[in-house]
Design a protein around this ligand. Structure first.
Ligand code: G6P
Length: 365
C-alpha cells in the first residue's frame, strides 16, 4: 500500500496532486478545429435537445451544479440539477427532447443508476459522465463521456470532481458550438483557458503552505461557513462537503448573496468564513459581503486571484490562486479548498482516506 501511495501520506493527498495530469487526460484529444471546437464522439444530436436535466449524488451532484452554469451560459439551454435520490421518486417531467445527464465516479451509485433508468422510462435521451469503465451506468446510458481520472481510492472525491467539471466544460462548449450560440472566438478563449488548467492547478498546489497555516489556525473551530456565488457557489458547497467529510467539523455553504437571509445571524469570531472571492463579474458585491462579515467580528479567509492586493483590507487571511476565466475558475479554486480540508483533517489525526461512516460507493439505498 505504501508503494501505491507513491510517497504521499494518504491516497487523498496523492489524488489531489494527480489533478494536473488527470486534467490533461480528461481534456486531451478532445479539442478540434484549430482550438475552436470540441469533439466528443457522442451519438447525441445537440439540435434534438431543448432542455438538460442533470442528476447525481454527493460530489458528482456538485459537479452538475457547475455544469448548470456552464451549459446555460455557453449553450443557452435550460438546465435543472437534481439529487438522484429525489429525482428518481418525484415523477420528473421529461420527454425525448430532454437530455438527462447522470454523473458518477463509480458508475454504481444506486440512486444515480435508478435516476438514469427513470429518465429512460420517460423517453429522455441519456448521457453518463463517468470515471469507472464497464460500470452498471456505462452499460445503460445512451452515451458515455469518460472523465479518465484513473482509480480513485480516497473516499472523499477530489480528482474525479475536477475531472467531472472539466467534462462539463467540454460538453457545454460542444453543445454551444453545435447549436450555433457560441462563437468560434469565445470557444477559442475558453479552450485556451482549459489548456492552461494543468499548469494553473499545479500552481495552486504551491499554495499549500499558506493553506496549512490557515488549517492550523482554525482546526479547533466547531463550525465553518463557506461562501461562493455564480459558478463558484458549487465550489463553496464542495469545499464545505470536503471539510465535514474528513475533518468532522461542521461546515455549511451558502451562495454569497444569500448570506443575509440566514447565516449572517451565526457570524462571530468563532466561525471562520471561507469566501471564494476570485476575479468575477460580481467581485465588488462579494467584497461588500465580506465587509458585512467583518463588521460582525467574523473572521474572513478569502480565496483571491493572484495580484489582488486590495482584498487584504477585507480579509484576515488570503489564499492566492492563479487567475483564469470565471467559468474555468471553479476547477482551480476547489483545489485550494481540497487542501484546506486535507490539512485540517490531517492535523486532527482523522482517518483521511476512510472517514467514519462513509462509503466510496453507495450501492444500496
Ligand atoms: C459517496 C462517496 C462520495 C461520492 C458519492 C457519489 O457518497 O463517498 O465521494 O461523491 O458517493 O458517488 P459516485 O461514484 O456516483 O460519483
Amino acid at each position: 500500500e505504501a508503494a501505491e501511495k507513491a510517497g504521499f501520506e494518504h491516497f487523498m493527498l496523492k489524488e489531489i496532486y494527480e489533478q494536473p495530469t488527470v486534467l490533461q487526460h480528461t481534456l486531451g484529444g478532445r479539442f478540434a478545429g484549430n482550438g475552436t471546437d470540441v469533439q466528443l464522439e457522442l451519438g447525441l444530436d445537440p439540435l434534438a435537445v431543448d432542455r438538460v436535466v442533470i442528476s447525481a449524488c454527493g460530489t458528482a451532484f456538485y459537479s452538475g451544479l457547475v455544469g448548470e452554469y456552464l451549459i446555460e451560459r455557453l449553450a443557452r439551454l435550460p438546465v435543472e440539477v437534481e439529487i438522484a435520490s429525489e429525482f428518481r421518486y418525484r415523477e420528473p417531467v421529461l420527454d425525448e427532447r430532454t437530455l438527462c445527464v447522470v454523473v458518477s465516479q463509480s458508475g454504481e451509485t444506486i440512486d444515480t443508476l435508478e435516476a438514469l433508468r427513470e429518465a429512460k422510462r420517460q423517453g429522455a435521451r441519456t448521457l453518463a459522465v463517468l470515471n469507472a469503465k464497464g460500470s452498471s451506468i456505462s452499460r445503460e446510458a445512451d452515451d458515455v463521456l469518460y472523465i479518465h481520472a484513473g482509480p480513485e481510492i480516497g473516499v472523499a472525491s477530489t480528482k474525479a470532481y475536477t475531472a467531472m467539471v472539466a467534462a462539463f466544460e467540454l460538453l457545454a462548449i460542444f453543445l454551444g458550438r453545435a447549436r450555433g450560440v457560441l462563437s468560434g472566438e469565445a470557444a477559442a478563449e475558453l479552450i485556451r483557458a482549459l489548456r492552461a488548467l494543468p499548469g494553473l492547478v499545479e500552481e495552486t498546489l504551491g499554495a499549500r503552505p499558506e493553506i496549512a497555516a490557515v488549517a492550523e489556525a482554525f482546526k479547533d473551530k466547531r463550525d465553518y461557513l463557506f461562501l461562493g456565488r455564480g459558478a463558484n457557489y458549487p465550489t463553496a458547497l464542495e469545499g464545505a462537503l470536503k471539510l465535514k467529510e474528513i475533518s468532522y467539523i461542521h461546515a455549511e455553504a451558502y451562495a454569497t448573496g444569500e448570506m443575509k437571509h440566514g447565516p449572517i445571524a451565526l457570524i462571530d469570531a468563532d466561525m471562520p468564513v471561507v469566501a471564494v472571492a476570485t476575479a468575477s463579474a460580481l467581485y465588488d458585491k462579494t467584497i461588500s459581503n465580506l465587509q458585512e462579515v467583518r463588521a460582525r467580528d467574523g473572521v474572513v479567509i478569502a480565496l483571491a486571484s493572484r495580484g489582488d492586493e486590495a482584498i487584504r483590507a477585507h480579509a484576515d487571511h488570503v489564499i492566492y490562486v492563479p487567475r483564469t476565466l470565471e467559468l474555468v475558475s471553479p476547477i482551480v479554486n476547489v483545489v485550494a479548498l481540497q487542501l484546506l480540508a486535507y490539512e485540517t483533517a490531517a492535523r486532527l489525526g482523522r482517518d483521511v482516506d476512510q472517514p467514519r461512516n462513509l462509503a466510496k460507493s453507495v450501492t444500496v439505498e
